[in-house]
Design a protein around this ligand. Structure first.
Ligand code: FES
Length: 172
């Protein structure tokens, strides 16, 4: 019986030594669903299911596709969207696209960075939350816009943005 997403996440997130086994299993399932797999499609599958690409997965993708580990690293490191460490519990994105910028996004961004103790994009030390910049969250008319775990909120002020961050951290 194929592993469900929750089984995979539970196994991966429990940091068992089974990341190889988990990766192998999801690559086999990926091949059953899409027989023409590539290094990139395998890496995308791993990231989609585990939310990052662990080192063990690089080895397993290499074995699965018949490529060298260097070749797989070459593909994985080319694309900036791949993560090689477990993601934070929550991800906040702040839009600093042109419209949001004009509507005050920088004040919101600076306040969130100060709140999280970050100088730029990144994760807080305990892995509770990560900050990413976004060039457009698709709600320009409602700028400034932020999203937390892909839930978009528009028309934020410094105060409302900080309240959202606090409630996100408080909900852990
Ligand atoms: S520029 Fe911010 S949502 Fe489009």
């Amino acid at each position: 019986m194929p592993l469900g997403v929750n089984d995979i996440n539970n196994k991966a997130n429990s940091h068992t030594p089974n990341l190889r086994e988990v990766t192998r299993s999801l690559l086999e399932e990926h091949e059953r669903e899409a027989p023409r797999t590539t290094v990139l499609s395998c890496l995308l599958e791993v990231q989609e299911k585990l939310r990052y690409v662990p080192e063990e997965a690089i080895t397993e993708v290499a074995k699965h596709t018949g490529h060298s580990i260097n070749e797989v690293w070459g593909v994985a490191s080319f694309y900036t969207n791949f993560r090689f460490a477990p993601p934070p519990e929550h991800i906040v994105e702040v839009c600093w696209g042109p419209t949001c910028h004009l509507l005050g996004a920088m004040d919101v961004l600076v306040a969130i960075q100060a709140k999280l103790g970050l100088d730029g994009e990144g994760d807080v030390a305990d892995g509770a939350i990560g900050l990413k910049y976004n060039t457009c969250l698709g709600a320009c008319s409602q700028g400034p816009v932020i999203s937390v775990d892909e839930r978009v909120t528009g028309g934020v002020s410094v105060e409302t943005a900080l309240a959202i961050i606090e409630s996100t951290l408080g909900a852990r």
